[in-house]
Design a protein around this ligand. Structure first.
Ligand code: CP
Ligand code: NVA
Length: 301
């Protein structure tokens, strides 16, 4: 049977995604109770990182340890991937040995190609286009703090980037409304946007985006691979900081999320990220629980 992959949020049905979120909440409670649960004993997750990571690496590696399995960190610097071995060949070889593969890379087409040739599930751990694992943690965090996200309004402030694209897909799959404030020239990909129809609205004013929102979220102005654009982007994004004025537009019980790493004084003020409405540390922790639920879904169902 062909393996299930998780390259975008559209690879799972809404019911399956909601099941993963509920399971993540249960798995989190089990960890807090110090319950040992090892459904992936003797199984190995290959982790290919072509970009830096703190949360993604630590959460997947720790998750595999907690599940009784093993995680293997593979960097292009010291594997043949970095010396030009074809993706197709790497996928065929790795998937004969490991039980699942997680990939963080640049072009989204690379994870698609890898998945095409892989005999085991492939998980997208961030590409230039999408970061679906982060959205599992984000939705889990919303649900834990405020209940179901269906029918709620989420404000995205900033770049129409990989995180924004995953929020657009999440709006479709989880049934919330996304209002995105992006500077002119930094809109999300048109095809991702068009496929989401009425779920998403693009505005130019961050306060208008946050108006009566239940959640406000943002991300860095220059993503990994765009470091040389930092100065140009600082100019383009001025006025797009999530600060107290933006949060004041949102509902009183709105929560603030950020996938991290964050730049205080750029996309978010210190007062917001370190303030009462911020749940970013729960959100970061939930990467562990949400990805464990995903691994269990992909490897034991
Ligand atoms: N949010 C996130 O993916 O963090 P890392 O880049 O540290 O993995
Ligand atoms: N948009 C950011 C997310 C980091 C987790 C990046 O791609 O660098």
């Amino acid at each position: 049977m062909a393996p299930r992959h998780f390259l975008t949020l559209l690879d799972l049905s809404p019911d399956e995604l909601n099941g993963v979120i509920q399971r993540a909440i249960e798995l989190k409670a089990m960890v807090k109770r110090k319950e040992i649960y090892e459904p992936l004993k003797n199984q190995t997750l290959g982790m290919i990182f072509e970009k830096s990571s703190t949360r993604t690496r630590v959460s997947f590696e720790t998750g595999m340890t907690q599940f009784g399995g093993h995680a293997l960190f593979l960097s292009p610097r010291d594997t043949q991937l970095g010396r030009g071995e074809p993706i197709e060949d790497s996928a065929r070889v790795l998937s004969r040995m490991v039980d699942a593969v997680m990939i963080r890379t640049f072009e989204h087409e690379k994870v698609e190609l890898f998945a095409q040739y892989s005999e085991v599930p492939v998980i997208n751990a961030l590409t230039d286009m999408y970061h679906p694992c982060q959205l599992l943690a984000d939705v889990q965090t919303y649900v834990e703090h405020r209940g179901s996200i269906a029918g709620k309004t989420v404000a995205w402030i900033g770049d129409g980037n990989n995180m924004c694209h995953s929020y657009i897909n999440a709006a479709r799959q989880f049934g919330f409304k996304l209002r995105a404030a992006c500077p002119e020239g930094y809109d999300p990909d048109q095809s991702v946007l068009a496929a989401a129809g009425d779920c998403v609205e693009i505005v130019r004013d961050p306060r208008a985006a946050a108006d009566e929102a239940d959640m406000v979220t943002t991300d860095v102005w220059a993503s990994m691979g765009q470091e040389e654009e930092q100065k140009i982007r600082e100019a383009a994004f001025s006025g797009f900081m999530v600060d107290d004025a933006v949060m004041a537009s949102a509902n009183d019980d709105a929560i603030f999320l950020h996938c991290l790493p964050a730049h205080r004084g750029e996309e978010v003020s210190a007062s917001v990220i370190d303030g009462q409405q911020s749940v970013v540390w729960d959100q970061a922790e939930n990467r562990l629980h949400a990805q464990k639920a995903l691994l269990e879904f992909l490897l034991t169902n």
